[in-house]
Unconditional design. Structure first.
Lengths: 129, 380
């Protein structure tokens, strides 16, 4: 399957934002990714197997609820990070689940929506405060 | 940092910032400096430490705003970096229980010369870890991470930047004799390499707690042990500056001898490596909502040459007004030179230095990112 990788993890993937992986669940994909790119898993998931606070994993266009979530045949996986620090280009308010963002605005990380794969086809588009 | 006379020795400054690491290479006179960096631009560098046992290995405690924490390691004095294969991490909790996760490694301490490869790490939330292979892999100290943390409970767990374990001090006479400082927890001592711990907080105020004289719960900001007199400890605490001479167990608040208009609240503290009676602090405004800035907007370093009995203001060269500097606990260090060089970094990205033991200060750099740590080393 194709796995889209957020740019802060490019140091592990040799600069690639899209890699191949295998696994029937999110957990298996993360294990496989860590085998191919040693160290990448712990940047995404903590030692208690919780997805880190500001990271998100999507199966297709849906957020993965747990690491046990199965991955249907042919589905993509997106490893994303929460946005913070405002947006450079305002997104239509109707497509946002949280507070409306305007250019240059700042929000607490916790109050921001995660940009889903459909909203942002480039999963590594993010702004770090 | 202990070191022989300067003469031809060069000085290396290692700067950890919220946006990466920077090095300053100084000539033997400490007049001309060359900037090298940024390294790992964008990464939060909480602590950057050179191993004094080989003067080549460096460890860096880092994370990004989103990604989990790691320890980076260099064996060529910061030119190249590789990631620890097993960074500090708590034990996995049994099924059905909520386990703790390391948010970031906050503090790094090298072991004694008799223990090559040994390093200690303190984390947020409170955690103590040990490496035996130069920082490649780390193991938790369960006597601390399980037992001591349970004793401390929730005190200090919800501070804005998280509770931090810091000031991991190893008695140069005995590698099993450890001291450690816990923000919102207190100072503790172990005689068995970390397996068990006893509180060492007598005499230290805790004005922020209902019980003003508790066994635990004090808030040391930084603690230091003198290398030539290991029974002499100092600490800059949330509630003042203290000294402890072992085998005594009761700290003395030597900060009471500071000018009342300045007070004795601050974060960093530096000991003179050749004189156990000489130390420096940088006071900050710890009133009301705790601005943590230079009192009155007039930054100054204070020196004592008699173990805290009296203090003298050293502010020549520093801004005389309208300078609201904040200096974090790891952002003040000496270079071991003769005369001793002193360096501190500010959260506003400035580095200030003195080559005459604080008599005169000058600004070495501006416009760096928020500075988290400064370490100076004298290199042959």
């Amino acid at each position: 399957m194709r796995v889209f990788i957020a740019s802060p993890l490019y140091a592990y993937t040799g600069g690639r934002g899209e890699v191949e992986s295998t696994g029937a669940t999110v957990a298996e994909v993360l294990t496989d990714l860590d085998r191919r790119f040693p160290g990448i898993r712990r940047r995404i998931v903590d030692e208690q197997d919780r997805v880190r606070q500001h990271m998100r994993i999507y199966v297709g266009t849906e957020p993965a609820a747990t690491l046990d979530q199965p991955i249907p045949e042919g589905q993509e996986v997106h490893i994303l990070q929460s946005l913070s620090g405002g947006t450079a280009t305002p997104r239509p308010a109707s497509r946002q689940a949280g507070p409306q963002a305007t250019a240059g605005s700042s929000f607490l990380i916790q109050s921001l929506p995660v940009t889903t794969p459909r909203q942002c086809r480039v999963p590594h588009l993010h702004f770090i405060s | 940092m202990a070191g022989p006379k300067r003469s031809k020795r060069r000085t290396l400054l290692m700067i950890g910032t919220r946006k990466g690491a920077f090095f300053f290479h100084g000539d033997p006179a400490r007049r001309a400096w060359r900037l090298d960096g940024p390294h790992l631009l964008g990464c939060i560098v909480h602590h950057l430490v050179l191993d004094p046992r080989d003067s080549r290995t460096m460890l860096m405690a880092t994370r990004t705003g989103h990604l989990g924490p790691v320890v980076m390691r260099s064996t060529d004095r910061g030119r190249t970096w590789t990631e620890s294969t097993q960074p500090p991490a708590f034990a996995k909790a049994p099924e059905g229980q909520t386990g703790r996760a390391v948010d970031h490694t906050f503090w790094l301490s090298p072991g004694l010369p008799s223990q090559p490869g040994v390093w200690w790490a303190g984390t947020s939330p409170h955690g103590l870890f040990r490496s035996q292979d130069g920082g490649v892999t780390w193991s938790g100290i369960e006597g601390f991470n399980r037992d001591l943390v349970a004793r401390i409970g929730t005190i200090g767990q919800d501070t804005p930047d998280g509770a931090v374990t810091h000031s991991i001090l190893v008695d140069p006479r005995d590698p099993a004799h450890l001291y450690v400082g816990l923000s919102g927890g207190g100072s503790f001592e172990s005689l068995d390499g970390g397996a068990s711990w006893r509180a060492l907080n007598q005499g230290v105020a805790a004005t922020f707690l209902p019980d003003k004289d508790p066994e635990i719960g004090q808030d040391p900001h930084i603690m230091a042990l003198h290398p030539l007199k290991p029974d002499r400890l100092y600490q800059q605490n949330h509630c003042g500056i203290y000294r402890l001479d072992r085998p005594g167990d009761v700290w003395t608040r030597v900060g009471m001898n500071m000018p009342k208009t300045v007070g004795d609240i601050g974060f960093p503290l530096v000991l003179h490596p050749r004189d156990p009676d000489t130390l420096w602090v940088i006071p900050m405004d710890g009133t009301t909502v705790w601005p943590r800035t230079s009192p009155g907007g007039k930054p100054a370093v204070y020196r004592s040459r008699n173990a805290g009995k009296s203090w003298e203001r050293q502010a020549a060269g520093l801004p005389t007004r309208d300078a609201w500097l904040t200096i974090k606990r790891q952002a003040f260090d000496d270079d071991g030179g003769e005369p001793l060089g002193l360096y501190f970094g500010t959260t506003s990205g400035e580095i200030w230095m003195s080559t005459d033991e604080g008599k005169r200060w000058r600004c070495l750099a501006r416009h760096l990112p928020e500075i988290y740590s400064v370490q100076a080393a004298s290199l042959g």
